[in-house]
Design a protein around this ligand. Sequence first.
Ligand SMILES: Cc1cc2nc3c(=O)[nH]c(=O)nc-3n(C[C@H](O)[C@H](O)[C@H](O)COP(=O)(O)O)c2cc1C
Length: 193
Amino acid sequence: MSTLLEEQPEVIAIHGRTLAQMYRGRADWDAIRRAAKLVRETPTLVLGNGDVVTMPQVVQRVRETQVHGVLIGRGALGNPWIFRAKAWARQQLSTPTAEAPSLDVAVRERCQVALEHARYFEGLHDGVPFQAMRKHLGWYCRGFPGAADMRHNCSRRPPPETLHGCSPPSRGRGVQPGEHAMRRAGHRDVCWP
Ligand SMILES: Cc1cc2nc3c(=O)[nH]c(=O)nc-3n(C[C@H](O)[C@H](O)[C@H](O)COP(=O)(O)O)c2cc1C
């Protein structure tokens, strides 16, 4: 850490595992705490990362380790709503008050956002196999009744070519690229915004 600090970086982000560990075991937040203590003696900012999946955990990690911030990876996959509570988290760190806000997200909203994501994917990654998007669709389908079936469909529906030319499910508009994406992921009945 002292070698890194000699370079006077603006920010250092620390993941609490070694390269050899990959995702095995738990991130070592005590090591992050020790590193943060050193960084805190300099103008560099320090961010911690590893196994944080809720905003209350963010607050807890900042309190325990004195990092300036926390990075969230897998906790945001299929769950971009996690960041809705960031203002709450900031407030907790200065003036602990209210309980964490409810982050219940309606299934319809989940599906709308998944559809939007799929549209972006098809727009940005022309020619890239849709397989890369399927896992994200699966991550959106968690934590509500019927989610397992939807995940199953996300991974097994046939490729888009079989659906081209389908009539739209509603509103009489043409089928958009992302709609093909969601149709082949199995969301035909529930996802149309
Ligand atoms: C889909 C995905 C892609 C990632 N890509 C990178 C990457 O390109 N470079 C990197 O240093 N870490 C990458 N990571 C690791 C994350 O930045 C993070 O350190 C790790 O997921 C642990 O944090 P988490 O427990 O919040 O997921 C990636 C993680 C995931 C899940």
